[in-house]
Design a protein around this ligand. Sequence first.
Ligand SMILES: [Zn+2]
Length: 78
Amino acid sequence: MIQMDDSGCVTIPHNVREAVGILADDCLTMWIDTDAIVLQKVEPRCVICNGTSSAVEFKVKLICVDCIHDLRFFYGTR
Ligand SMILES: [Zn+2]
């Protein structure tokens, strides 16, 4: 059992984080399923292709290296 503090914060126990591969600074999403709160790790995704590999932050958005290459090709040939 874990206990929520006065501000609504809880700590996910180390063994639970380790079991699902959650590391510091990972993003999580949360939803309610009947009477349970569900947390799920969210992989950062490219805003253009929705891919999860090699995304880098550009002006507060994540863009993958492949899309950066495609954008360079597209705008470089106009
Ligand atoms: Zn992409």
